[in-house]
Structure formats: structure tokens, C-alpha cells
Design a protein around this ligand. Structure first.
Ligand SMILES: *Cc1c(COP(=O)(O)O)cnc(C)c1O
Length: 369
């Protein structure tokens, strides 16, 4: 059997009783959509982040779409973000009619280079959208200072950074709002799709609740457009509520996997993940770098080990975004990293023996390159 970069089946075996109990509780409750389980999960997830509001939605992409609309971003506005991200960050900006404006990333952490943001601001900039990529936070202290100074709201993309901290502060607690995905691979993953947007702002929260429910506040009466059907369902909410109580354990297990990789691969030619000062990394992905990436991926496949590349194509070079007018060479660090990075298997239930196979196969491959 091959070893995958992500696999939930062992975790499911460990938690099967709890997951099935969650499903059964909801099925027997008589309420399948926007009922008490969603409310309970929203309360718990907001409390984890020490913010008053959480609005559960159908996926992480729509958590960004609704987050942007809830803070007033729309047609013709500019949103400053990065090209080194999962494409949905940018798909969401495009979906609200706004224009993504890209800044480059740091060569060591692959995170937004906050020093480049000021120069990218124009009189049409309506939002700064940092992505806490791979499990660690963007340098939020200077970014929030800049945003406050220029009166521009921040929406944090926390899809890869549940529970990550910088300077002691949890991801999602800096911005006007923050978007999360509960796609199964994420640090807090559902058994299907899910997402949430959190905020400390009462008006933004009210906007989010209306936006996810057709633009209605009361039943069958549309108060304002746009509206969506972007609801989180009761089953996923109850599974997420139960898994949230174990989230810090999942993060601890991810950190243990990362520490074993660092120990086993520290003296090879691989560039291992750099943790920025003050960051508490949650290792959504374990991203390494090597100029001979393609040979390494091929060699590991021969051992039955399937590595992944997140992400091979910077968003600004994709044909779907050619209308933005970017060209190859515009974001040199992003483009250079995209040619060399790849991800090693990373999930809380990755066994020590499976991980040893990955480390041994990598060591052998690097020795014989
Ligand atoms: C996963 C992800 C999303 C999208 O979340 P979905 O639930 O898949 O829609 C957005 N941004 C980033 C950075 C992601 O990793």
C-alpha cells in the first residue's frame, strides 16, 4: 500500500465511535440545517478565538467570499494578497468582483512580505488579505499598524492555520474578520465540506448571517442582496464541535511529526520549514525545498510514497487569471519557490514507522542524486 501525503483513515478508526455518535445524534434530533448544533459549534469556535461571533458556512472559499462582502468589498475594489496560496483565496476575491493585487513572499517562510504592502495600496484598495500559509502566521504587527493607519480592513485567510499563534495571539483574532476552511485535510477537518468566518464586529456578523441565508434576516424575506445559500449543516457542525475539543492534541501530534522530520532530515541538503520569530507553527503542511524536486518526487514514488506540491503554479501565472495582466517574472520569490517546494506526509495519525520509511527513502534518494 502506498503512503499518502494525507490520510484520515487511521484517525477515523480511533474516533469512529465519536463520529458515528455525532451523526446519529443529529439524525435523531429532527433538525438537519442551521439548528442547535451549528449554534453550539459557532459558540465554541468563537470562544476558542476569544471573539464574540462565528458564522458557520459551507466551505472555506465561501467563508472568504462572505467575509469580503460582509466588510463591504465588491465590484472594482482592490484586495492585496499573495500569489503563493491555494487558488481559492484568489477565486474568492474574483467571485465578489474585486481585483486581486499580489505582493511577493519571504524566501524562508513563504509568507506575505508585509514590507511590500504599503507600495501596493491605491485609492481603490478596500481590503488586505494575508494568508497564514502552511500553518504559521504572517507578520501581523506591522500589517495591522499599516491597516489602521490607512483605514483599510484586514480579512485573514486562516484556512491553513487553525490554532496557530504569533506573539501569543491566535490566527484570526487580528483582522476585521477571518475565514476558516474545515475541508477534511485541514487542521480542523470535517467529514465533508465546511467553513466559518469569525469577527468581533457586530455589524459584520449580522451581514455574514444574512449573506449565508439568501440575504434574509427573517424567514422568506430578503432584506438585502447579494445573498447566497452558504449554510453549514448540523452533521458537520456536530462532528466539528467534538473535534474542536481535541484540536490542540491534533496540533501537538503534528508538531511531533515535524520534530521527527527535523531530526531525521536536518543534515541532508533539503531546506526544512523555517519558523518565523514568535510563531507557533501548527504544520498544516510540512513544506521542504530542493532544486532537484522532480527527481525526488519520482524516486519517492518508486518507494510507494506520494509527495505533493503546494503549490506548483503561482496563481498569477494561471490562465484563469490572465485577465489580471501579470506576467512570469513579476513575483520572483514566489516563482522561484514554486519550482522547488514539495510537501512530506503530514497528519496527526502518521505513525512513527511510516514516517521512518519516508525519512529513510528521502535520505537514500538525496545521497544518490
Ligand atoms: C483550503 C483553502 C481555502 C478554501 O477552502 P475550501 O473549504 O476548500 O473552500 C482557501 N484558502 C486557503 C489558504 C486554503 O488552504
Amino acid at each position: 500500500m502506498s503512503l499518502l501525503v494525507w490520510d484520515y483513515t487511521r484517525e477515523y478508526e480511533n474516533e469512529r465511535h465519536d463520529i458515528l455518535a455525532a451523526v446519529d445524534t443529529v439524525f435523531r434530533s429532527g433538525q438537519l440545517i442551521l439548528g442547535p448544533k451549528v449554534e453550539q459549534f459557532e459558540r465554541d469556535f468563537a470562544a476558542y478565538h476569544d471573539v464574540p461571533h462565528c458564522v458557520g458556512v459551507d466551505n472555506g472559499t465561501n467563508a472568504i467570499v462572505l467575509g469580503l462582502q460582509a466588510i463591504g468589498v465588491g465590484q472594482g475594489d482592490e484586495v492585496i494578497t499573495v500569489s503563493n496560496t491555494a487558488a481559492p483565496t484568489v477565486v474568492a476575491i474574483d467571485a465578489v468582483g474585486a481585483r486581486p493585487v499580489f505582493v511577493d513572499v519571504h524566501e524562508d517562510t513563504y509568507l506575505m512580505d508585509v514590507d511590500q504592502v504599503a507600495a501596493a495600496i491605491t485609492d481603490r484598495t478596500r481590503c488586505l488579505l494575508p494568508v497564514h500559509l502552511y500553518g504559521q502566521c504572517v507578520d501581523m504587527t506591522p500589517l495591522t499598524a499599516l491597516a489602521a493607519d490607512r483605514g483599510i480592513p484586514i480579512l485573514e485567510d486562516c484556512a491553513q492555520a487553525h490554532g496557530a499563534r504569533r506573539s501569543g495571539r491566535v490566527a484570526g483574532s487580528w483582522g476585521k474578520a477571518a475565514a476558516f476552511s474545515f475541508y477534511p485535510t485541514k487542521v480542523l477537518g470535517a467529514y465533508g465540506d465546511g467553513g466559518a468566518t469569525i469577527t468581533s464586529d457586530d455589524e459584520v456578523a449580522a451581514n455574514l448571517r444574512r449573506l449565508r441565508y439568501y440575504g434574509m434576516e427573517d424567514r422568506y424575506y430578503v432584506v438585502a442582496t447579494p445573498g447566497h445559500n452558504s449554510r453549514l449543516d448540523e452533521v458537520q457542525a456536530e462532528i466539528l464541535r467534538r473535534k474542536l475539543t481535541r484540536m490542540d492534541e491534533y496540533i501537538g501530534a503534528r508538531r511531533a511529526v515535524a520534530a521527527r522530520y527535523a531530526e531525521g532530515l536536518g543534515d541532508t541538503g533539503l531546506t526544512l520549514p523555517a519558523v518565523a520569530p514568535g510563531n507557533e507553527h501548527v504544520y498544516y503542511l510540512y513544506v521542504v525545498r530542493h532544486p532537484e524536486r522532480e527527481r525526488i518526487l519520482t524516486a519517492l514514488r518508486s518507494y510507494g510514497i506520494m509527495l505533493n506540491v503546494s503549490y506548483r503554479w503561482p496563481v498569477h501565472t494561471m490562465s484563469g487569471f490572465s485577465h489580471l495582466g501579470y506576467a512570469a517574472g513579476d513575483l520572483p520569490v514566489t516563482e522561484r519557490c514554486a519550482g522547488e517546494i514539495f510537501s512530506l506526509p503530514m497528519y496527526p495519525s502518521l505513525s512513527v514507522s511510516d514516517q521512518s520509511k519516508v525519512i529513510d527513502a528521502l535520505r537514500h534518494t538525496l545521497d544518490t542524486l
